[in-house]
Design a protein around this ligand. Structure first.
Ligand SMILES: Cc1cc2nc3c(=O)[nH]c(=O)nc-3n(C[C@H](O)[C@H](O)[C@H](O)COP(=O)(O)OP(=O)(O)OC[C@H]3O[C@@H](n4cnc5c(N)ncnc54)[C@H](O)[C@@H]3O)c2cc1C
Length: 519
C-alpha cells in the first residue's frame, strides 16, 4: 500500500457526486493534493551489517531500495496519512528483511541483538495507533531500523478437523487465510474492516476484533496456541483447549504489538463455512432503544453473527441521499446478520426477530443488510477522497459496560464536537458482549492549516473523555505509541511495572519495536 493512501490503487475513487454535494454543504471543498513521490531518507545501515543480514536470509530478502522502504513506513492512521501526504517519511526503515520461517526470525533477532538494530515486525501495515512508527529519526542510539516483513510466511501449517483448529503462519492476509481454510470447508470468521490487507500475525499482535465478532468472537478468543521468537528464546504456548496452569501466557503475546516477540505461528479455532448468510436491517426510534435491544439479545444468549447499531447522526449520514434526510433516515439503523446452516439461520433469525419486534424495532428487511455487506470494506477509500478535498476524517473506539454506555457515548461525542467546532461526530456500537459493548466513533471536520495538530488536540480530548467516563482507551485498535499515556492511566503504576518487567525479560536489550506498547 502507498503510505499516502489506503488499499488497492485501482479501487481509489474521487469523492462520489452524491457525497460531494453534502461535503460542500457541511465543510466547503478545498483541493489538498498530496506531495507526489515523497522522498525516503537514504538507508543509514552500515554495509557490514547489511552484508550480515544478507548472509542470513539471502540477497533477495534484505531490501534497501526506496520504494520498498517507502511502503513499510508507518501504518494507516489519519496522522500517518497526513504526514506522508505532506512528504514526511523521515522514519522510513533502513532495510526491509523478509524471513522465510521461524528459524529465519530467530537468526534476524540474534543479529539485531548483537548489533543493536531495532526490529519492527510488519504484517499488513494497517496499524492505526503508531505501532509501526519505529524509533525517532535520530534512531535513538540504534544502529538502524529493520522492518521485519512477514510477507513470506504464508503457509497453512496444519488443520485438525476433529478438534476444529488450524495453524497459520503470521504473514497470511485475511483473504489468503480464508481461501486456504475454505479449501477444507472451514472459516476463521474474522472480518475487520481492514480484512483485505491485515495479517494473521497482526490480528494476534493487536487483539483485533472483526465485524462478525458477535458470532465468531474476537481474534484473541479464537487463538488456542501460538509460537513466538523472542530475543530470550522461543515461546510455544497452548497445549490444551483450556488449563489452570498458572496465568495464561498466551495473553502476554496476544496484544503485545511486536514489543515482546515475533509471533511466528498461530493456532486458531475454526468453524465450518456457513451454508447460508442472511443480513437484515432494523430501525429503532433512538440509540438508547437500539442499545437496549442489543443488550437483551446478548443477555438472552441470542447473539446473531453480526450485530451493529448506528447512532442517529451516523444513520442519517449513511443514508445520506439528500432527498431522504429527514424522512426515513430518522432513528437508528441496526444490522443483524446470521450465518450457519439453513436450519440454524432460519431458527435464529425467527427467534431474534421476535425479540426485536417485541422491543419496538421496525424490520427493514434484507435491503439494508445487503447494502452494508456490499460496502463493508469501502470506507477507508472514502477517507482518502475526503482528505483530498480538505476534510479531516479519523476514527476512534472504546468499550464499556452496558450501564455506562450512554454516558461514554455522550461524553466522547461532546469532547470531539467541542474540540472540532462544526465537526460531524458519528458513532456505532460495533461489538457486543453480555456485559457491555464497544463504541466506534468517526469524526469529519473541515481541515485547518495544520490538520495534524488539529487532530491531536481532538484525540487528547476524546481519550481523556473515555477514561474520565470509566471506559477503556481501546477495544480493538491496540496501544501502539499513540495510546501509551492513557494505557498508563488505565492499568496504573503497578500494571506499567509489570509490562516493563515482561519487556525486560523477553527483550532485555530493547530491540523489539522500541517505543511501542510499554509506557
Ligand atoms: C481502515 C482500517 C480499518 C480497520 N478496521 C479494524 C477493525 O475492524 N478491527 C480491528 O481490530 N482493527 C481494525 N483496524 C486496525 C488494524 O487493521 C488492526 O490492528 C490489524 O490487526 C493490524 O494487522 P496488520 O497485519 O496490518 O498489522 P501491522 O499494522 O503490520 O502491525 C500492527 C502491530 O503488530 C505488530 N505485529 C505485526 N505482525 C506481528 C507479528 N507476527 N508478531 C509480532 N508483532 C507483530 C506490529 O509491529 C505493529 O505493532 C483497521 C485499520 C484501518 C486502517
Amino acid at each position: 500500500m502507498h503510505p499516502q493512501r489506503w488499499g488497492d490503487p485501482a479501487r481509489a475513487t474521487a469523492l462520489p457526486d452524491s457525497a460531494r454535494g453534502l461535503v460542500e454543504l457541511a465543510f466547503g471543498l478545498e483541493e489538498r493534493p498530496a506531495v507526489t513521490d515523497p522522498v525516503v531518507p537514504p538507508s543509514a545501515l552500515d554495509p557490514a551489517l547489511l552484508a550480515g543480514l544478507r548472509d542470513l536470509l539471502g540477497e533477495e530478502h534484505v531490501l534497501v531500495d526506496d520504494e520498498v522502504r517507502r511502503v513499510r513506513t508507518r501504518g494507516k492512521s489519519t496522522p500517518d496519512l497526513l504526514r506522508a501526504r505532506a512528504g514526511d517519511l523521515a522514519d522510513a526503515p533502513d532495510a526491509v528483511v523478509r524471513p522465510g520461517g521461524h528459524d529465519d526470525v530467530v537468526a534476524v533477532l540474534a543479529h539485531a541483538v548483537e548489533h543493536h538494530l531495532a526490529v519492527v515486525p510488519f504484517g499488513g501495515g494497517t496499524c492505526v495507533t503508531g505501532g509501526l512508527a519505529g524509533p525517532a529519526s535520530t534512531r535513538d542510539g540504534y544502529a538502524g531500523v529493520l522492518s521485519l516483513d512477514l510477507v513470506r510466511m504464508k503457509r497453512l501449517l496444519a488443520v485438525d478437523p476433529v478438534s476444529m483448529t488450524a495453524t497459520l503462519e503470521p504473514g497470511l492476509r485475511g483473504p489468503e487465510a480464508e481461501a486456504l481454510l475454505a479449501g477444507h470447508g472451514l472459516t476463521l470468521g474474522h472480518f475487520p474492516q481492514s480484512f483485505e490487507h491485515a495479517s494473521i500475525g497482526g490480528f494476534a499482535a493487536t487483539r483485533s476484533s472483526g465485524q462478525s465478532s458477535a458470532g465468531y468472537g474476537r481474534f484473541d478468543a479464537m487463538v488456542v496456541g501460538l509460537t513466538a521468537a523472542t530475543p530470550s528464546g522461543e515461546l510455544t504456548l497452548g497445549s490444551s483447549p483450556a488449563n489452570a496452569a498458572g496465568p495464561d501466557l498466551r495473553q502476554l503475546l496476544l496484544g503485545s504489538e511486536g514489543a515482546f516477540g515475533v509471533i511466528t505461528s498461530v493456532t486458531v479455532r475454526v468453524r465450518r463455512l456457513p451454508e447460508v448468510v442472511r443480513y437484515d436491517g432494523w430501525r429503532w426510534p433512538s440509540f438508547a432503544d437500539g442499545a437496549t435491544a442489543m443488550r437483551t439479545l446478548a443477555q438472552a444468549g441470542l447473539m446473531p453473527t453480526v450485530l451493529r447499531l448506528s447512532d442517529e447522526t451516523e444513520t442519517a449520514v449513511n443514508l445520506a441521499d439528500p432527498d431522504r434526510i429527514g424522512t426515513d433516515a430518522a432513528g437508528c439503523l441496526m444490522i443483524v446478520g446470521h450465518e450457519g446452516t439453513a436450519e440454524q439461520v432460519r431458527t435464529r433469525h425467527a427467534a431474534v426477530a421476535t425479540v426485536l419486534a417485541g422491543l419496538g424495532g421496525t424490520d427493514l428487511g434484507e435491503g439494508p443488510g445487503r447494502a452494508w455487506v456490499r460496502g463493508r470494506f469501502d470506507a477507508p477509500y472514502l477517507r482518502d477522497s475526503l482528505l483530498d478535498v480538505g476534510v479531516l476524517v479519523e476514527t476512534l473506539e472504546t468499550a464499556t459496560f452496558w450501564s455506562n454506555l450512554e454516558r461514554v457515548h455522550r461524553d466522547v461525542t461532546r469532547a470531539l464536537a467541542d474540540a472540532l467546532p462544526g465537526a460531524l461526530v458519528l458513532c456505532h456500537v460495533s461489538h457486543v458482549y453480555e456485559t457491555g459493548a464497544s463504541l466506534y466513533f468517526t469524526v469529519a471536520a473541515k481541515a485547518d492549516a495544520d490538520p495534524l495538530a488539529q487532530w491531536q488536540a481532538a484525540k487528547v480530548a476524546a481519550s481523556d473523555a473515555m477514561l474520565d467516563a470509566g471506559a477503556t482507551i481501546t477495544h480493538h485498535h491496540a496501544v501502539g505509541t499513540d495510546h501509551k499515556p492513557w494505557l498508563a492511566r488505565e492499568i496504573g503504576p503497578v500494571g506499567v511495572q509489570a509490562l516493563r518487567a515482561v519487556k525486560a525479560s523477553l527483550d532485555p536489550t530493547g530491540v523489539l519495536n522500541p517505543g511501542v506498547l510499554v509506557p
